[in-house]
Design a protein around this ligand. Structure first.
Ligand code: HEC
Length: 112
């Protein structure tokens, strides 16, 4: 019994570490870096973009790597792929959703 409590604590610690690492992947330094390109951008918008990307863009194929495509390609791909999402799913990605996805992807792409 005591052992399982210890194991559970270790598991919680390890999982906690993963989640905080993921949140740390997107931070205020990203917002600052992207201000010139996207004036008024907030961390909240980037997180929304990430969540929209992760929940809508990995149903047909694994999530594509932001650094694998040029910025011009992403600007074409996001609306094109969002159309696929919208044709397939009951929820739809609005234009502002697509804008958030693009901003998130470009932020990750240009991350040093
Ligand atoms: C209804 C299915 C479907 C959904 C949903 C979908 N895709 Fe795709 N996507 C495809 C298919 C099919 C291809 C072509 C085969 C491949 O590369 O896996 C593709 C290819 C891609 C490529 C590679 C394009 C290239 O020229 O190499 C990218 C990048 C991409 N998708 C991004 C996205 C993003 C971003 C989203 C969410 C907005 C998304 N996809 C959602 C079906 C989908």
């Amino acid at each position: 019994m005591k052992r399982s409590i210890i194991l559970l604590s270790i598991l919680a610690f390890v999982l906690g570490g993963c989640f905080s690492a993921k949140v740390a992947g997107l931070g205020n330094s990203d917002v600052d870096r992207m201000q010139t390109k996207y004036p008024g951008l907030t961390l909240d918008q980037l997180k929304q973009g990430q969540s929209l990307f992760e929940s809508n863009c990995a149903t047909c194929h694994p999530l594509k790597e932001p650094k694998a495509y040029t910025e011009e390609a992403w600007a074409q791909l996001v609306p094109g792929m969002s159309k696929k999402v919208n044709d397939n799913a009951s929820n739809t990605l609005s234009e502002s959703d697509q804008d958030l996805i693009l901003k998130y992807v470009i932020t990750m792409k240009t991350k040093p």
